[in-house]
Design a protein around this ligand. Structure first.
Ligand code: GLU
Length: 478
């Protein structure tokens, strides 16, 4: 098994984790860090683990969790081992806090909410940074009011600095005076998020924490817990951190609702193929030379953190759509037919769709467009024409349609080549370009002004249906 070393000197097999919070949707920014974590583990033949951070009981409904699991499944990111549910591990989180307390690395803080509010007010008035002032750090617990509730706070270093060699951000450091003695256990005995994340990361054996750079500040705190636990339990090795810049909208601002769709499911509904979103998210913030498209295998082979950009990336819907179009053209026809049929409705026939697909997919940028483009195949006669299509059918055009119908009715070889030769001969007779004939013919056959090539349309619809549709629009032959 290939390995990569963490910050420690030991070489350990790579273990990454993706740790989404169920918020009701799988944010594409999160999906991207999930993708990076997954790819990194796969690249090194390590493990990619999944943890659902479901401690916010109100938001963490089964439905919200399923949205995440479905999104990951759709993107093809299968994780290793059992999914870890953070809420089920509260006892273990508390155990770690109590061990730190026992070892003197944490302490009980009896400050009341009112006292803390007052402290913050004073700091605010003095224009000082608002952070816990350590008032119970060195006080004798015997001074505590009998039976009063307490929180457990970690003792963070008072001097020096904490340095992280971040695999994306480079060397980042913070003055330890900026890290206050944060709470590990609340007065009701429940663990804080800051504690839960780091205990889970360590218990899951994570060697690499790849996540959004909005968590960089948390890393400085989480490291304090790791260091404090090192003398208490085995296995508390500092992981390698990789804080990936967030995705911004086209206007350069952090991606938010006003930029439009945010969830993986939204893109699925827009008719984006999973492999296209996979590739787009990969390319958004990671590059390998100027290659634009990667198969899953190539992505696994080539992905590395060194290729992750330091600056934020911009989401570009146009680019995603054009990439999606490329993936549609590469996709298997029968698979596309299966995806598109339900978008057309019960009248859609997968066999016919599959046969039509090589022509249909040449133009579409998403599955909805593909469905629109295919719908003519299943329309009921007489067709309802679009305004533009109807506009093409003047008296002259209708007469020509009648003539075409008469010619084609005699055609014994219903193939692209024979039909093309037949209509070309007619166009020559009329001294017209073939396009002049094809346009009204298309209107009659499809009810639209755009479609696959006209001879493909004739072949796909078949002789009987084609002639019937033409006759529906043809004028009486004079
Ligand atoms: N649950 C956090 C989120 O969804 C991620 C925590 C982490 O990766 O450390 O933003």
């Amino acid at each position: 098994m290939a390995s990569s070393s963490g910050n420690g000197s030991q070489v350990r097999p790579v273990v990454t984790r993706f740790a989404p919070s169920p918020t009701g949707f799988l944010h594409i920014g999160n999906a991207r860090t999930g993708l990076f974590s997954w790819l990194y583990a796969r690249h090194f033949g390590g493990k990619a683990l999944l943890r659902i951070e479901d401690t916010d009981k109100k938001r963490s409904t089964q439905e919200a969790i399923d949205v995440i699991l479905d999104g990951l499944d759709w993107l093809g990111l299968e994780f290793d081992g059992d999914t870890v549910y953070q809420s089920q591990r509260a006892e273990r989180h508390a155990e770690v806090a109590l061990k730190l307390l026992e070892a003197g690395q944490a302490y009980k803080c009896y400050a009341t909410p009112e006292e803390l509010a007052e402290m913050r007010e004073q700091q605010k008035a003095a224009k000082q940074p608002m952070r816990y002032d350590g008032r119970w750090r060195d006080r004798d617990p015997s001074e505590a009011p009998e039976g009063a509730p307490f929180t457990v706070r970690i003792k963070t270093p008072e001097g020096g600095e904490t340095v992280i060699e971040d695999a994306v951000q480079g060397r980042v450091k913070v003055d330890n005076r900026e890290i206050d003695d944060f709470i590990l256990l609340r007065a009701d005995g429940t663990p804080t998020y800051m504690l839960a994340v780091v205990v889970d990361d360590m218990d899951m054996g994570c060697t690499h924490i790849i996540r959004g750079d909005d968590h960089l500040n948390n890393a400085f705190r989480q490291i304090q817990v790791i260091r404090a636990m090192q003398g208490i339990e085995d296995g508390w090795n500092e992981p390698t951190y990789a804080h990936v810049p967030l995705i911004h909208g086209n206007d350069g601002a952090k991606l938010s609702k006003r930029h439009g769709a945010l969830g993986v499911r939204d893109y699925r509904e827009m008719g984006i193929l999973p492999e296209a979103l996979f590739n787009y998210l990969l390319r958004l913030g990671w590059g390998h030379g100027d290659q634009e498209e990667f198969s899953r295998e190539e992505a696994i082979e080539l992905f590395d953190i060194a290729g992750v950009n330091k600056g934020p990336s911009r989401f570009d819907m146009k680019k995603l759509l054009s990439m999606n179009g490329n993936y549609i053209r590469k996709a298997d026809d029968a698979r596309l037919a299966k995806l598109v049929a339900p978008l057309i409705g019960s009248q859609a026939d997968e066999g016919l769709l599959t046969r039509a697909m090589p022509e249909l997919k040449a133009r579409a940028r998403d599955l909805n467009e593909l469905a629109d483009g295919a719908s003519f195949l299943f329309k009921r006669r007489p067709l309802e024409l679009t305004e533009k299509a109807a506009g093409l059918l003047d008296d002259e055009a209708r007469e020509r349609l009648a003539a075409i119908s008469a010619r084609l009715a005699k055609e014994t070889d219903w193939t692209i080549e024979a039909l093309e030769a037949n209509l070309k001969a007619y166009a020559e007779e009329l001294e017209l370009g073939l396009g002049k004939l094809a346009q009204p013919l298309r209107a009659a056959l499809t009810g639209q002004t755009t479609s696959p090539g006209i001879f493909d349309v004739l072949v796909l619809l078949g002789r009987e249906e084609s002639l019937a549709r033409i006759d529906d629009q043809a004028g009486s032959q004079g």
